[in-house]
Design a protein around this ligand. Structure first.
Ligand code: FO1
Length: 337
């Protein structure tokens, strides 16, 4: 196995990739064998313009986590952060005071926006930022065009009417996904396309892993980008996903609310059905569930998806490395001879 491509969202995706990297470092420790190259295709649907800066939450979460600069407790943002500039911005009544741009984090947004304004693509900007952070994987935005997830509120709030579209981050951070929504809309999707780098990373992969990220607004958004599904359909790689739901609840974040909005059961089986079997128009060859969800194995078989179970709680890098190893074993066991 020489090339692994991973579709990832934010915190869960970043932590999974860190485990994958640890597993590969360990498995290919002896200098003789070369570890596979890992390419991470990250969701940019959470991106936004804020205070004139381009914010890319999932790209930055992967970059900081793999570059050992992330605030481990939060799972996002920088360690050792301060918020002096944010206090000043708030004092002027500008920006979102419920969405904190820390002083160190602002450095990233300023450099990214600076390079974008010079005409660099988001792919090139991300490559440049990673020169500093050295994540040990290639990190790619899903598209160089903006695709922003917005949610349509099914209920009004003191600031918004029912039926209004607001940015996903406002729903996620300000309202903690506590307001029912009727739909997710990826603004800009029709004008966007997967980058050539993403298409190539999917086409040339030996294994593709769908991270245990939010299947609707993270992995689902990546798959919705024009060009991605075609690439997934035609690649020779085996595609294995890891369930973000364990025993009926989301490992982190609020995936249940997102799944409920799109009418998918918040279970490991429901998410597998949402992705679908590759042999039946979906994307999955294999689906890795937590050991507590073994009851779904027979139903997975009926869906046409090879199932397996392993402990999926990402309690630490060691546990996550074991998950990554189980996912790769699954892909290898299915690889065409
Ligand atoms: N999440 C929060 O819960 N509160 C915040 O104030 C916040 C600020 C923030 C700033 C930059 C950034 O890249 C991420 C930030 N996040 C914050 C996390 C963000 O909501 C998540 O990383 C993803 O968008 C959801 O997975």
């Amino acid at each position: 196995m020489e090339r692994i491509t991973v579709l990832a969202g934010g915190v869960g995706g970043a932590r999974f990739v860190r485990g994958l990297r640890a597993h590969l470092t360990d498995a290919f420790a002896d200098a003789g064998s070369k570890a596979p190259e890992v390419t991470v295709v990250a969701n940019t649907g959470d991106d936004m313009w804020l205070n004139g800066l381009r914010i890319c939450p999932d790209l930055d979460t992967v970059m900081y986590t793999l570059g050992d600069g992330v605030d481990e407790d939060q799972g996002w943002g920088r360690s050792g952060e301060s918020r002096r500039a944010a206090a000043e911005i708030s004092a002027y009544g500008r920006g979102w005071d419920w969405f904190t741009l820390g002083d160190l984090d602002l450095g990233t947004h300023i450099v990214r926006t600076d390079m974008l304004r010079e005409g660099a693509t988001l792919t090139r900007v991300t490559e440049a930022l990673c020169q500093r952070w050295r994540p040990g994987v290639r990190l790619l935005p899903m598209s160089d065009q903006p695709v922003e997830t917005h949610v349509r509120l099914a209920q009004g709030t003191s600031e918004h009417m029912a039926g209004e579209l607001i940015h996903f981050e406002e729903w996620w951070v300000r309202y903690r996904a506590g307001i029912p929504v009727s739909e997710f809309i990826q603004v800009g999707l029709e004008q966007a396309s997967a980058t050539p780098e993403v298409i190539e990373a999917i086409g040339s992969a030996d294994a593709i892993i769908m991270c245990p990220s939010n299947p609707v607004v993270s992995v689902g958004t990546i798959m919705a980008v024009p060009g991605v599904r075609d690439a997934l359909d035609s690649t020779d790689a085996r595609i294995v996903g890891l369930s973000p739901i364990i025993g009926g609840s989301a490992v982190r974040g609020m995936a249940e609310q997102c799944l409920q909005t799109v009418g998918v059961d918040a279970t490991a089986l429901g998410v597998a059905g949402f992705y679908g079997a590759r042999t039946r128009g979906g994307v999955l060859d294999g689906w890795l569930m937590d050991v507590t969800d073994a009851e779904y194995l027979p139903s997975l078989k009926e869906l046409g998806i090879r199932g397996a179970t392993a402990p999926l709680w990402m309690t630490d890098t060691q546990a996550t490395a074991a998950m990554a190893s189980a996912a790769l074993d699954m892909a290898t066991s299915m690889a065409t001879p």
